[in-house]
Design a protein around this ligand. Structure first.
Ligand code: NAD
Length: 290
């Protein structure tokens, strides 16, 4: 298949490389100078999109997505698919899908879970929104770049699933970290805490698979001085998107709002920037009540 790939950063570069390795003809574009084995580089986003059956975007935010979409939609052939894998706000995802469909294109919003490790290994999870026909066109590419793709519903449903998932993740990480810090102050051994919680009703992905306490549970960023992993500022981005969506849909999300407030403080006023999002544990360790 002839594929255009726009946004070849930490995630986009390995995803494009996997498509090229699988035998697809991939033409890429990024604002920054990049070179990827097997991927031809174009001089502009429009040039990368021209003549492609599928164009994939992997960009930082909704504003940039809207700007790139305005440039590439007119350059794409009718019937081609515009597949956005970035994490963006639901409103931008829907607006771009509407423009693409009005121009006779298929459109899918398909944010991912799995991070740079999953992008490199081709084991991402895709959560997709769009028509059946659009999802069917993109599905063989999701199979190459990932291990699972869920068609969540109409345009925007992929982004909705992503931010709901990450709102749970952010709030759960915070409470897991504050529980460890409380356990420390109660004189409870961290390994014992893990042994109990990981097999009791407090278990979660943050405790069982990504334990924020160093030396406890499976290997995680905590065992590597809290180097990301999943950076605290990316968690903050997703929490902000969840609260923007909650505002726009008039949903009451007090835990999500508090998680956003705590990650904002951690990233902007404390030392959370550049740390993994599980570094909330050393943050709580240092704190006192009130
Ligand atoms: P990144 O900053 O490494 O890559 C973004 C790329 O887009 C950069 O190379 C940048 O030069 C390029 N870009 C910016 N504006 C552009 C434009 N107008 N035209 C062409 N290229 C442009 O970010 P990333 O980590 O690859 O993340 C990409 C998306 O994936 C984000 O939306 C992020 O939230 C999401 N995501 C990231 C992770 C992760 O662990 N890194 C996990 C899941 C989802």
């Amino acid at each position: 298949m002839k594929i255009g790939f726009i946004g070849l950063g930490n995630m986009g570069a390995p995803m494009a490389a996997n498509l090229a390795r699988a035998g697809h003809e991939v033409t890429g574009f990024d604002m920054a100078e990049v070179s990827i084995e097997g991927v031809a580089m174009a001089a502009s986003a429009a040039e990368a999109a021209k003549g492609a059956e599928v164009v994939i975007t992997m960009l930082p935010n909704g504003q940039i997505l809207r700007a790139v979409a305005a440039e590439i939609i007119p350059a794409m052939d009718k019937g081609a698919a515009f597949v956005d894998c970035s994490t963006v706000d639901v409103d931008s995802a829907r607006a771009v899908a509407d423009q693409a469909e009005a121009a006779g294109l298929l459109a899918v919003d398909a944010p991912v879970s799995g991070g740079v490790g999953g992008a490199t290994a081709g084991t991402l999870t895709f959560m997709a929104g769009g028509s059946e026909a659009a999802f069917a066109k993109a599905a063989p590419l999701f199979d190459i770049m990932g291990q699972k793709a869920v068609h969540c519903g109409a345009a925007g449903a992929g982004q909705a699933a992503k931010i709901c998932n990450n709102m749970i993740l952010g709030a759960t990480m915070i409470v897991t970290c504050e529980a460890f810090a409380l356990a420390d102050k109660l004189g409870l051994d961290r390994q014992k805490m893990f042994d109990v919680v990981s097999t009791s009703s407090g278990y979660s992905w943050t405790m069982n698979a990504y334990c924020p306490a160093p030396g406890v549970g499976p290997q995680s960023p905590a065992d590597n001085d809290y180097k990301p992993g999943f950076a605290a500022e990316l968690m903050l981005k997703d929490l902000r998107l969840s609260q923007q969506a909650a505002e726009s849909a008039d949903a009451d999300t007090p835990m999500g709002a508090l998680a956003q407030q705590l990650y904002t403080q951690f990233v902007e006023q404390e030392d959370g920037k550049g740390m993994d999002f599980s570094a909330m544990l050393p943050r709580f360790e240092k704190r006192h009540r009130g």
